[in-house]
Ligand binder design. Sequence first.
Ligand code: SF4
Ligand code: SF4
Length: 508
Amino acid sequence: MELEERVNLVIKKINLFIRVIGLIIFIGIILTFLLGTIKIFSYEFTSKSAMWVVWILWWPLLYLTLFFLGRSWCGFLCPLRFTNQLGNKLNEGKLINFRKWSFIPFVLFFIVVYIEQISGLFLSTKITLSFFIGFLILSILTGIFLKRGLFCRLFCPIGTLLGVFSRLSIIGVRVRKKICEKCSEKWCILGRKEQPCPMFNDVPNIQSNKDCLICTNCIKNCPYSSAHIGITRPGKEIENRINFTLSESYFIIALLGLSFILTNKGVFLIRKIILLFNLEVTGYLLRGFDFVFSIGIFLLVFSLFGIVCAKLNQIKLKGFLTESGYYYLPIVFGIMFFTIFFGFLGPTLHFKDGFISYSKAIILIISGMWSAYLIKKAYSNFFVKILQLIFLIIIFSLWALLLIPANIDTQNTEVTVTPGEIIHMNAYSMGFSPNIINIKVDTKTVMEIKNLDFTHSFDIDELNVHEILKGDSTTLVEFTPKKTGEFLFTCNLPGHTEAGMKGKIVVN
Ligand code: SF4
Ligand code: SF4
């Protein structure tokens, strides 16, 4: 038996087993959030450990597996698919014209990310729990009212991101064309042992990973071993322009705008613009401004390049914009990969700054070259090719500058505090001011921290000080250091320390 056949056989058998394990872990995490602690044999699993499992382990690793396993998470482990199927079982639901609404998941994705940013989701068990429960309810309701897996296709923000990037994966469900051509029953479409494709894919002609959950239903339904999980050349479906849509093309470019404001230099530049025009935006609106401004600029520049290229190539603008965003997918994937991977895992694994910068540079170069290759293959018109490469070089250079480790906002602001004096501090994206504070040992220290924008945190791990700083408000922090030395203070939101939200307390 060939390796591919053996893998497919194992996958068919273990799918349900893995899904049940995934559901047990998910229920365990929800119970931990609700009860604070659960005991597993002699080990006490606390809500802090659950947060660690969710945001430090699961989220960056999910991203890491994308290249090798595509959307296997959706088909094998996702508890929301389980609950969505539960809804399907309660009521068959309605089939809607989901292709007409294909822009919805992209808009929803940014709305959820904005709420995540202003709410401090990664720091708060309550907010994480609310998100989980909210999406659980949504998955059940969509299961009841909409047919099959339309939740995964239209409403799941994680599935949206995974779907777009799975176009670059090395595995995918494919069919053996010659067998399908002779097959008159089309069990993969009608269903046999299992439900038909939950994503309404045209399985006998499948060529894209984007909307395939790797749920293996079609593999189990096909009696002729045509549908199978195969090894594919990463990005081949982009070269072949499979299932391109204008909204997905714009979504890819919008992700650049999102990545930009997840860097300190990006936010710092936008804040300078706010100061320049004396705009009165504070708190949550400030983060909203970051989103709209940054994403808007990237989409605008992309559209302008598109207009010029479409004119040069004498093709329809809509057609041109629909395809050109996809050629930047590799570089966007590279940028998002290091933003998420180092942002979340960096503080836990204590990577050195130099290692992070070199790794980012290598990922940027490889992913940039991949995008350049796709652009070179896609266009025959010399000027169009050059203009697209210029846009790519702009993206590449911008991120190369963002990766240089020094902060734009490099001035240190230092204060020395006398006993009884209150320390007034500002927290902003992405820094603290003052960022060097001299205090006395065994003396009560009182800090009044004014958070100028969205939710941050103030953490001195070594002194066990942890406070959430709500957006646009002032938080009182009190502690008494019992030892002398230098102690790092940070904002523990993933990526914020790395982006510059740190300083030191010097205890004499
Ligand atoms: S995948 Fe299997 S069931 Fe579907 S058309 Fe091909 S041979 Fe027939
Ligand atoms: S194409 Fe097959 S594996 Fe993919 S979602 Fe549909 S049924 Fe599942």
